[in-house]
Design a protein around this ligand. Structure first.
Ligand code: ME8
Length: 667
């Protein structure tokens, strides 16, 4: 089995995990989960970068020993990633003893090969980046990444790494390995900068004590520069045995998944250090874009931070995972907003995916008592089209994931969900049921279940918990992750005879009006309704998840419906263009209505209250998605809404009180 070793950047622990960190870990997790599905023996490394000056200063500010402070913070990062369902295989800390030994050994190896020498450094240092900055790179005297913080002037004797010797070998390696730096735009940036010339870099600090001690035989008064120390975590994680050429089961890394601000360290200093130490280079370094919030980079030092855990607390991890993967396009920046998250949640998860599952399961319950029937083997063009799309989406989605493009893969995956929803409309199972076409109905149900099961497999890297729920609702055995996604996920053989179960909605709708987008507090639609009833102030309510757990509905009112139930009704404004009595009846009127996009005939029991002519030109409200019916032999496709008293002595049609376009939705 081919192996796949994926790593993320390791985060500085001087502040809490923020949404930018979460985006990177989720992106790497989606890739790692995909690789497992695609049949690779996968190892996923993430962790914390603890030997920074920032961290030491923060610990001091909080009156803790640096190690104590790091223990607490590393625990926070780790539990954040657990909460977001990050399936890492090792959580590495740069204070781990095997890492300290590996760092010292790599410094030793580079030194033995003549690439480390003693010198004097004087120049600027940005504590937020933990990087030495050349004067020419300062913008108005400030670090380009951290304009709010003064760079510090540093003058000290320390050890240098002869980076300048690697200009040609690096350019050659990048040229010969087109996948070494991705996306291509990042590769071009790096190549241009290398061509400008490389300067030797400092790899130790003599004025600090917090760090990996330099190998004693070289100098016992220095610590390893934090970036040199940090990069080596990838080798420690692979299982490198110091003092040998055993680089570990997982080395070389297949993918370093990191942010675009640290590509120089990963694409230049790191490979040069590996070359100097005689260690093979990683396959690919992918520099992802930033998650911005109102257009600015999320950053502790710039004070713009969205807490991913708060979002996950109120909505669950999956919606956040899904939204971040969708909103940040391949290698580019993407802007996060609470409104965007809520809208995407309602449109994609609650509506498209949730309704597809819900409708399918309800129909199987209604028409087949919950057991998915055996296939008839006879397919109509509509079925063939859906099946062919299923196959091509699986292939194109797979391809996008191989290209490290989760957003692109999601858009493929969603095109199949959209098609399946349309397939329900086009195949009209309710008509098949009414006409007693059981075999055809069974085929339609099976095609739908097959699409949904396949979706659960392909979505499992993105929304693992929800995929498992879908799997369970369909009554499928095991886990969606048990199925291989190396071409077309094979789910068909699991389907005949499975028993579906009906549960609450997969993604209960959010109420946009009662959610507070300034604080990121989301409210379920059902909850908002209850709260309105109780006359409470909406903004002070608990978060959606907590309240969802406290139970639904007022126990005294047993006919409550959820907003999801209401959303199933397609209510539209229509103009009455013709009306006449249905012959042989004294109650029924046959109306021709115009819905803007189509004309239809409906039958209504209003003849005792309205003369046909009186109805023409009225803008009425109809249920547009009601199953067609024949009333006294006359076809009726929809129902008009009217109010009437209990004894039906009075009746009035619902109309709109000012002109509104035909076909306008009533909600
Ligand atoms: O750079 N959007 O740590 P770090 C997307 N310790 N990604 C973001 C982001 C945002 N708004 N903000 C930060 C370090 N990141 C070093 C790494 S690796 C050997 C050492 C990403 O805590 C950032 O690009 O500043 C980086 O990949 C990761 O979060 C950790 O950032």
């Amino acid at each position: 089995m081919a192996k796949y070793y994926i790593t993320t950047a390791i985060d500085y622990v001087n502040g809490n995990p923020h949404l930018g960190h979460a985006y990177e870990k989720i992106g790497a997790d989606v890739i790692a989960r995909f690789k497992r599905l695609a049949g690779y023996d996968t190892f996923f490394l993430t962790g914390t970068d603890e030997h920074s000056l920032n961290v030491a200063r923060q610990a001091e500010a909080e009156g803790l020993s640096t190690k104590e402070f790091c223990d607490t913070m590393a625990g926070r990062f780790r539990s954040a990633w657990d909460k977001l369902n990050i399936s890492y295989d090792r959580f590495i800390r740069t204070t781990d003893s095997d890492h300290v030994a590996t760092v010292q050994d790599i410094v030793r190896r580079a030194n033995e090969r003549g690439y480390v020498y003693k010198g004097t450094y004087s120049g600027y240092y940005c504590v937020s980046c933990e990087r030495f900055i050349e004067e020419g790179d300062l913008i108005e005297g400030k670090c380009p990444f951290h304009p709010s913080r003064e760079p510090e002037w540093v003058e000290e004797t320390n050890y240098f790494f002869a980076l300048s010797k690697f200009q040609e070998p690096l350019l050659r390696h990048i040229r010969e390995n087109p996948k070494f730096i991705l996306p291509v735009a990042r590769r071009n940036e790096i190549v241009n900068r290398i061509k400008e010339g490389l300067q030797d870099v400092s790899v130790s600090r003599s004025t600090l004590t917090w760090g990996v001690p330099f190998p004693q035989e070289i100098d016992d008064n220095q610590v390893v520069y934090v970036w040199f120390d940090a990069l080596i975590n990838y080798l420690t994680g692979a299982g490198y045995t110091p003092g040998t050429d055993e680089f570990g089961k997982w080395w070389p890394a297949d993918l370093h998944y990191i942010g675009k601000d640290i590509t120089w360290f990963h694409c230049v200093i790191w490979p040069a250090a590996l070359m100097a130490a005689g260690v093979p280079l990683p396959e690919t370094i992918f520099g992802h874009g930033f998650v911005t919030f109102k257009g600015a980079k999320m950053s502790k030092s710039e004070g713009i931070v969205v807490d991913p855990l708060k979002v996950a607390d109120s909505l669950g991890a999956d919606p956040l995972r899904y939204y971040l993967m969708k909103v940040v396009p391949h290698g580019q920046d993407g802007d996060f907003s609470f409104e965007g998250l809520a809208e995407t949640y309602n449109a994609d998860l609650a509506n498209d995916l949730g309704n597809l599952l819900n409708r399918t399961v309800s129909m199987i319950k209604k028409y087949f008592k919950g057991t998915v029937p055996s296939p008839s083997g006879v397919y109509e063009p509509l079925d063939e089209e859906l099946r062919a799309l299923g196959e091509s989406v699986a292939e194109r989605g797979h391809q996008k994931m191989e290209e490290l493009d989760p957003a692109g893969a999601l858009s493929e995956i969603w095109s199949l969900i959209t098609a399946a929803n349309k397939y329900i409309e086009d195949s009209a199972p309710w008509v098949l049921a009414r006409e007693g076409k059981r075999e055809r109905l069974a085929t339609v149900m099976l095609n739908l279940v097959e699409v949904i099961a396949k979706e659960a497999v392909m979505l499992s890297p993105f929304i693992p918990d929800s995929s498992q729920r879908i799997w369970d609702v369909l009554g499928l055995p095991g886990k969606p992750e048990d199925i291989r996604w190396d071409g077309n996920p094979e789910v068909a053989s699991l389907l005949p005879g499975i028993r579906v179960t009906k549960t609450g909605p997969l993604f209960p709708r959010l109420d946009m009006e009662s959610s507070d987008f300034t604080t990121g507090e989301f409210h379920l639609a059902e909850l908002a309704k209850e709260k309105k009833k109780e006359g409470r102030k909406q903004k002070t309510g608990p978060s959606a998840k907590n309240t969802a757990d406290t139970g639904k509905g007022d126990p005294k009112v047993d006919n409550l419906i959820s907003i999801d139930d209401f959303a199933k009704l397609d209510l539209r404004v229509a103009e009455v263009t013709a009306a006449e009595r249905v012959e042989g009846t004294d109650k029924l009127v046959k109306l021709e209505i115009d819905l803007g996009t189509e004309k239809r005939q409906i039958v209504a029991g209003i003849a005792q209250f309205y003369a046909p002519d009186e109805l023409i030109g009225k803008h009425i409200v109809v249920v547009a998605n009601l199953e067609p019916a024949r009333i006294r032999g006359v076809e009726s496709r929809g129902m008009l809404l009217a109010g009437s008293t209990e004894d039906r002595k009075e009746l009035a049609i619902i109309t709109v009180d000012r002109p509104l376009a035909k076909g306008a939705k009533v909600r």
